[in-house]
Design a protein around this ligand. Structure first.
Ligand SMILES: O=P(O)(O)O[C@H]1O[C@H](CO)[C@@H](O)[C@H]1O
Ligand SMILES: O=c1cc[nH]c(=O)[nH]1
Length: 234
């Protein structure tokens, strides 16, 4: 048991999917896992363990933003011995050719957060994905014919911003989309020597204004779940 997770020792698998939305965790557990058992309801941040293709896998809501995601990732790693974390999130596209419902694999994550800068004030510590998870996810998506893009994302601290100018300039430097958690996940993976990957479905397009519904963000986006699950058990 940790401060924010009430699971007993052994109730969480060493492979965990991390959606921001706890109801997306419930959806994944019910739709994709065999014999899912809920192990967490502290703060309503649902967590479940079941099996996928015979392999134990857990799925844990991580909330919105890096402070929240860092709490769940740290407790999963330090208190429950988790070795592989794959974020299954949503992002906003800032590239014309990255469309709503496409998949985005974060090879790396830029960030506006001070979390990493506070630890390394004189260095820009690069936030990168685990190479083996990245490769497996990319190959899995390609084999299945899913639209997938690989590159840099922006993990931002602010969802509502007064100005998007700097975000658009990052787009001009190839950043694919905006979300709010990947960078800290990659940072904690480096810190604790575990494997992490952030995979997102484009839920809205910042340039065109195209959007998905909140119901779609909570459930559906099944292509992302299949890629993440086949990757985490490999
Ligand atoms: O859909 P999730 O995984 O929560 O991800 C994105 O959606 C939230 C904002 O609506 C942020 O957490 C952002 O990273
Ligand atoms: O963080 C996020 C997630 C989806 N869309 C955005 O614009 N930002």
């Amino acid at each position: 048991m940790s401060i924010h997770i009430e699971a007993k020792a052994g109730e969480i698998a060493d492979k965990v999917l991390l959606p921001g939305d706890p109801l997306r965790a419930k959806y994944i557990a019910e739709k994709f896992l065999d014999n899912p058992k809920q192990y967490n309801n502290v703060r309503g941040m649902l967590g479940f363990t079941g099996t996928y293709k015979g392999v134990p896998v857990s799925v844990q809501g991580s909330g919105m933003g890096m402070p929240s995601a860092a709490i769940y990732a740290t407790e999963l790693i330090r208190e429950y011995g988790v070795k592989k974390l794959i974020r299954v999130g949503t992002c906003g596209s800032i590239q014309k050719d990255v469309h709503v419902r496409d998949l985005v694999l974060a090879q790396a994550a830029a960030t506006s957060s001070a979390i990493i800068r506070n630890d390394f004030p004189k260095h820009d510590f690069p936030q990168i994905a685990d190479f083996n998870l990245l490769l497996k996810a990319y190959e899995t998506a390609k084999e299945k014919g899913f639209n997938i893009h690989v590159g840099n994302v922006l993990s931002d601290d602010m969802f509502y911003k007064d100005s998007m100018d700097e975000v658009f300039r990052l787009g001009e430097h190839g950043v694919l989309g905006i979300e709010m958690e990947a960078a800290v996940l990659y940072y904690l993976a480096a810190k604790y020597h575990i494997q992490a990957l952030a995979l997102m479905t484009v839920s809205d397009h910042i340039l065109t204004g195209e959007e998905t519904t909140s119901e779609e963000r909570q459930s559906t986006f099944d292509e992302m779940m299949i890629v993440a699950l086949d990757t985490i058990i490999a």
